[in-house]
Design a protein around this ligand. Structure first.
Ligand code: UDP
Ligand code: MG
Length: 316
């Protein structure tokens, strides 16, 4: 099979028939063999019945129905597990992404050899309150992930070589960072294609303003995991050592001043009057804590199932 189209959706009943017809039209024109996998993420409207009806009419339509709303990432994860096509394409269900992009995305993966091609909504039809934070968000993501050529990390329209999606694990709200996940798994040929974007036709957006807060926190977690996930001591031990060293210097300063004062006959000078005393106290406690966090992290990493999981591309 050439293409699997994975579509996560939450309350998008109006869009589904239109989207399906459009995809079918494009696929037929280009003679692709394909499947569409609708992942119904606990919709409370008629979305699932619509999918069932579509499934009755077309035998290349598959569906997964979550019992409740888990989020876009879990939906993608389950869709990816089911996908069988050589190229896997994800798109939003709200008709903001255009199926007309599929042939070119497919060509970039199969002919230009990209592992992953992300859409870039260069001209967006979204409110300003969304586009401006998004610019900032993408700039940070570029910096942190080191994927310098991507303008739009969170574009719903993306294409992957099958190998990529079978070897990454999208979880939580990490769908925003799939290129980063792919890069961490060793898939480095990541490209971009300018795509047409449309205003939402039916329904409304499913993500509020907290997407940006959570988005940043997730980015920090991913960065941390990719850098120190299996060797937490390297960061905590390092910071702990610095702290402890600073504390130790302060401690020597406190001792030296006390001795000096005693020698000068100034027996009323208390160490607790000396600012260095407090510096020594806090930094040495903090240093010990950081070290402990490192050891605990190591213990956890040692017990994790993932600790010896490596991406093996080929064997002979
Ligand atoms: N979505 C989902 N589960 C959720 C929220 C959203 O499957 O909990 C789907 C939604 O139905 C749509 C896609 O994810 O197909 C993108 O959502 P939306 O269009 O609301 O995001 P935006 O375009 O505003 O970034
Ligand atoms: Mg949308």
């Amino acid at each position: 099979m050439d293409i699997s189209v994975v579509i996560p959706l939450y309350n998008e009943e109006e869009s589904l028939p239109e989207l399906q017809a459009w995809i079918e039209k494009v696929m037929k024109e280009h003679g692709f063999s394909y499947e569409i996998i609708f992942v119904n993420d606990g919709s409370t409207d008629r979305s699932w019945s619509v999918i069932e009806e579509l499934g009755k009419k077309h035998n290349n339509i598959k569906g997964i129905k979550f019992r409740r709303n888990y989020g876009k990432s879990p939906a993608l994860f389950c869709g990816f597990e089911k996908a069988q096509g050589d190229v896997v394409i994800t798109m939003d269900a709200d008709l903001q992404d255009s199926p007309d992009e599929i042939p070119e995305l497919y060509r970039m993966i199969t002919e230009d050899g990209y592992d992953l091609v992300s859409g870039w909504k260069q001209k967006r039809y979204d409110p300003l309150s969304k586009t401006i934070p998004t610019k900032l968000f993408n700039a940070t993501a570029r910096k942190v992930s080191g994927i310098k050529n991507l303008h739009d990390f969170n574009c719903g329209l993306k294409a992957y070589r099958r190998e990529v999606i079978k070897n990454i694990e999208v979880y939580g709200e990490m769908h925003r960072y799939i290129p980063y996940l792919a890069k961490n798994a060793g898939f480095s040929k990541i490209g971009e294609k300018v795509v047409h974007h449309q205003a939402r036709k039916y329904g409304k957006t499913k993500f509020g303003i907290n997407r940006f807060v959570n988005g940043y926190l997730d980015l920090i977690s991913l960065w941390f995991l990719s850098k120190f996930g299996v060797k937490p001591m390297h960061i905590f031990g390092f910071l702990g050592s610095i702290m402890f060293f600073l504390g130790f210097i302060a401690l020597i300063a406190v001792g030296a001043m006390k001795l000096y004062n005693m020698h000068a006959g100034n027996s009323y000078s208390l160490v607790t009057d000396n600012p260095y005393f407090f510096l020594a106290l806090t930094t040495m406690i903090l240093g010990t804590q950081l070290f402990l966090a490192g050891f605990l992290g190591e213990l956890i990493a040692r017990n994790s199932m993932e600790r010896n999981k490596y991406q093996i591309e080929k064997e002979l």
